[in-house]
Design a protein around this ligand. Structure first.
Ligand SMILES: [Zn+2]
Length: 468
């Protein structure tokens, strides 16, 4: 651990927590202690947090209170994750229809942020999170990073969607947190031409980060550029991927080009999911202190370990807008056996459903699948509330690329009477990325499932991915 890391962990982070009303530092210490618990102790801790949440939902959240009453249940009926099966699942559709009733009556006592997600199913959804849920998210990330001998305070260069934040005139609190505490230099992965890559490369060499973080596909585009141009690079300690499926060949490319290990993480703000690879890289350890994950069938019946089903999550940190038994839209299975590393949290096998493969413009320019929902926002700016409002009028979307490379964007609006013209900017956004492709915006009454029965927001029949 460097001197800066030591100061950062023990002085700067607690100070920032104090100034911003967060409490990442103590949640982090708590999670580090929890890592040494036995399976039974860990389950007991999870049950305790779950009971607190359920009690709160019954007393303060109309949607859940009504649900308990109609099922003839009380909070005393839910004592551990095994009892959660007594409750129905929560879907994106339900969240949208019962948005107001999902807010806690006492929401004013929480510090909250409103977010939107397209998730992996192409269904935009607005939701709220309170600061405690964020604390848990960062605490579980920081804990996992130390498994890789990477410490808070060591420098990170991020390539991803978060960096799409428009440059503000004066630095916001979040900017200061990113630069001073996280030492995280964020760069937008929206542009992927050689000029943008050269700028990323120059930033990399200037900044000399210890870690690279971002969407696997964005990092692969960068890696291929470095390899193609035979550019020398500074030593990188670790690569942290998030937000997409990490394809095996993408992991190999990143390892080869940056000469370091690549660790994958699985997270979702809606549902408070956190699961991270450990140093043995044999699946993703669930942050059991932060979320209760069940793998279920479509109706919510829990499936046995080893069987693939829907990821169903309960966020143990979100009291303002609780997610209980929420189907996030991804599929996975829980491994039957414990990880050899000795940690007792359960381990998720391959998570499916998250987008993974790059798409390509007719000129061969790669586009991260994670960019596709972002390109449904005016100016690709999803932090702007007006843009989010328009985006949330979309009920479902699907991006299709045919064998010629042309693009069709299917939109199903929540209100079918809504004017279509207000979505014209989407065509421009897509033309700017898929240069040379015909781009068609089609308004439909419904978006059918794929033949496999899966929901998927991007489908491409365009095959030009031949370069490694
Ligand atoms: Zn492990």
């Amino acid at each position: 651990m460097t001197f800066y890391s030591f100061i950062d962990k023990h002085l700067l982070l607690p100070t920032a927590d104090y100034l911003t009303g967060r409490d990442i530092a103590s949640e982090w210490r708590f999670m580090q202690r929890a890592e040494r618990l036995t399976t039974e102790q860990l389950k007991e801790l999870q049950s305790k947090r779950l009971k607190t949440l359920i009690e709160h939902c019954y007393n303060n959240v109309p949607y859940y209170r009504n649900m308990f009453i109609s099922l003839g249940l009380t909070p005393n009926d839910i004592n551990s994750r095994d009892d959660l099966q007594k409750l129905p699942i929560l879907t994106k559709q339900i969240v949208r229809e019962h948005y107001e009733e999902l807010k806690a009556d006492n929401i004013a006592v929480y510090k909250v942020v409103t977010s939107s997600t397209g998730g992996s199913t192409g269904q935009p959804m607005k939701f709220i999170r309170n600061i405690e849920s964020w604390n848990m998210q960062w605490a579980s990330n920081f804990r996992a990073w130390e498994w890789y001998d990477f410490h808070l305070g060591e420098k990170i260069l991020t390539l991803g969607g978060n960096s799409l934040v428009k440059k503000t005139k004066s630095p916001t609190r979040k900017d200061i947190f990113d630069r001073v505490i996280m030492r995280n230099l964020k760069r937008s992965s929206a542009d992927v031409d050689d000029e943008a890559m050269l700028q990323h490369y120059e930033a990399l060499m200037r900044y000399q980060p210890h870690a690279l973080r971002g969407y696997a596909s964005s990092l692969v585009i960068f890696a291929r550029y470095i390899e193609k141009n035979k550019l020398p690079i500074c030593p990188i300690k670790v690569i942290l991927t998030t937000g997409e499926m990490l394809m095996p060949d993408y992991r190999l490319t990143l390892q080869r080009v940056f000469n370091c290990k690549v660790y994958d993480g699985y997270g979702a703000g809606d549902g408070g999911i956190g699961a991270m690879e450990c140093e043995l890289q044999d699946g993703l350890h669930i942050s059991e202190e932060r979320c209760v994950i069940e793998i279920t069938d479509k109706e919510g019946n829990v499936l046995p370990d080893g069987q693939t089903g829907y990821v169903c999550t309960t966020d143990l940190g979100n009291f303002a807008f609780p997610f209980i038994r929420y189907h996030v839209g991804d599929m996975a299975y829980i491994k039957g056996e414990k990880c050899q590393c000795g940690r007792n949290s359960r381990v998720l096998g391959q998570v499916m459903g998250r987008a993974g493969r790059l798409m390509y413009s007719k000129q061969g320019v790669p586009i991260s699948p994670t960019m596709l929902p972002i390109m449904l926002y005016r100016n690709n700016d999803y932090h702007n509330p007006t843009n989010a409002e328009i985006y949330n009028k979309i009920d479902k979307f699907q991006i299709r690329q045919d064998a010629n490379g042309d693009i069709q964007i299917l939109l199903k609006l929540r209100n079918l009477q809504e004017s279509h013209e207000q979505f014209d900017y989407i065509i421009e956004n897509y033309r700017n990325h898929f240069v040379g492709s015909e781009v068609e915006l089609v308004f439909v009454d419904d978006i059918p499932l794929l033949p496999s029965g899966k929901e998927d927001y991007c489908i491409s029949e365009y095959k030009i991915e031949k370069s490694k």
